[in-house]
Design a protein. Structure first.
Length: 368
């Protein structure tokens, strides 16, 4: 066992996090869901999502049997929705091909949608009492600084070096404790900004600290300017408390999620009404709503929102990828529809200020 590992385990015993919800009854399924949620998302954000998700989908069979829309709804606001789609696909594979139990080896776990080497290592180490090696963002940062590894993770040689170091430090005994310890160190001490080097248990051997390079490591890539796109969204409502939403294709941005109607910036209200089969006389109110920028990984999307209230149901909406949805449903945690974070922002005035909305006589949770 390396000196780094010994010091880290001693620190974890007194300072590590031991009360996170996924640490209680750490079954392979519970740890798997937590690891997926924690990808590129902070613990504080994940906790409430995780608890709600577990309440509705307590085991892999419950997740596999749930409609994808229901799963996506529980992911609304968490972002990176491909994670939820892969989680659902993997659950169905586990039930169909593995008898409802997650595989117990690296190869079997990595064969499932959305599970890479690090997630597979975490599941084995934290839930199966097996040897598993992780290399998530926190671990990359800790090892890059401690060993003075220069270069970005996207460089093959750098990534291979970090995997070698991660494997070298991971003990065959107390693997679960070490795995949680190094994640905790990265999340609470060796943080991206303002790291707490003065109380780091491995500071004596840290090459970045000795060289005065803590803020320079890990190496960052020079950010490229993101292109900007524009879209116009139409929030179409009926007075009785329904909103017209459109489901995105299963692949691509916001895959499988529901949004207000997205059209090009050249689309006029008249054009939109004609498309959905609404007469101009059916338009009771039209307001230009909020404008905001939604940022994706590779570009910015500038959004302009138009709120339209109709006094009659248009003739051109007859199923397919469009549906009328009860506004009351959208705030229901057990709803069967997934919304993007941008859609939630567009619909918020309807849900909080009753804009264009008459009191609903019923509180149904179904798509019409």
């Amino acid at each position: 066992m390396s000196a780094f590992t010994t010091l880290l385990l001693a620190w974890f015993e007194h300072h590590g996090r031991k009360d996170l919800p996924w640490q209680q009854n750490p079954t392979p399924y519970r740890v798997w869901v937590s690891e997926v949620m924690l990808q590129q998302t902070q613990v504080a954000t994940v906790i409430d999502y995780y608890r709600r998700f577990m309440a509705l989908f307590p085991d892999v069979r419950a997740l596999a049997e749930a409609p994808l829309d229901s799963v996506l709804h529980q992911w609304t606001g968490l972002g990176y929705y491909a994670r939820a789609r892969n989680l659902h696909r993997a659950a169905r594979t586990i039930v169909a091909e593995h008898g409802g139990e997650l595989p117990t080896n690296q190869e079997g776990l990595e064969s499932l949608p959305g599970i890479g080497a690090s997630t597979a290592g975490a599941i084995q180490a934290l839930a199966m009492a097996r040897y598993g090696v992780i290399l998530d963002g926190n671990v990359k940062r800790v090892l890059s600084r401690y060993h003075g590894v220069v270069g970005h993770y996207s460089e093959r040689a750098v990534l291979q070096r970090l995997w070698h170091l991660a494997t070298e430090h991971t003990p065959t005994q107390q693997t679960a404790a070490y795995t949680q310890a190094i994640m905790d160190l990265g999340a609470t001490v060796c943080t991206r900004k303002n790291p707490g080097c003065h109380h780091c248990p491995v500071r004596e051997g840290c090459l970045a600290l000795a060289a005065g390079q803590v803020r320079e490591l890990p190496t960052t890539r020079k950010a490229k300017a993101k292109p900007v796109r524009e879209s116009r969204f139409f929030v179409v409502t009926l007075a009785e408390g329904q909103v017209l939403l459109e489901q995105r294709p299963s692949k691509g941005l916001w895959g499988g999620l529901w949004n207000p109607l997205e059209r090009g910036v050249e689309t006029t209200v008249e054009t939109l009404l004609d498309e959905i089969g609404a007469s101009p006389s059916s338009l009771d109110q039209h307001q230009t709503g909020i404008r905001f920028r939604h940022t994706f990984t590779h570009f910015h999307l500038d959004i302009e929102v138009h709120h339209l209230q109709l006094n009659a149901r248009p003739s051109g909406v007859a199923g397919g990828d469009m549906a009328w949805v009860e506004l009351d449903q959208l705030a229901d945690q057990e709803a069967k529809i997934g919304l993007s974070a941008a859609a939630l922002k567009m619909l918020e005035p309807l849900l909080t200020e009753d804009l264009f909305r008459a009191p609903s006589k019923t509180r149904r949770a179904n798509i019409k």
